[in-house]
Design a protein. Structure first.
Length: 90
């Protein structure tokens, strides 16, 4: 079952986001199992929303790559996971 993840990063800058992105997804190529990635500035930082094939795949990516990249960029955020029950696309 697909899983959604929201990363809310108060205080996170675009430069920090781009540092992590370049480290974990060079040339903007999504890792295996990622269906969707969207990111943008909020009033107080940065937000990332992702859809993954499974929570196991997302957790593996976090354990093997993303966790280290976030730490190197001095980002400490706790993601929110939710099961995907519907998606729409134009």
């Amino acid at each position: 079952m697909a899983i959604g993840i929201v990363f809310q990063g108060p205080g996170v800058t675009r430069a920090q986001y781009e540092q992590v992105l370049q480290q974990v997804a060079p040339n903007n190529q999504p890792p295996p199992g990622m269906q969707y990635h969207a990111a943008g500035a909020t009033e107080d930082g940065w937000c990332v929303v992702e859809i993954w094939d499974s929570q196991e795949g997302a957790q593996r990516f976090f354990d093997e790559k993303l966790g280290q990249a976030l730490q190197a960029a001095n980002i400490n955020i706790k993601p929110t996971f939710f099961q995907i029950v519907n998606t729409m696309q134009s």
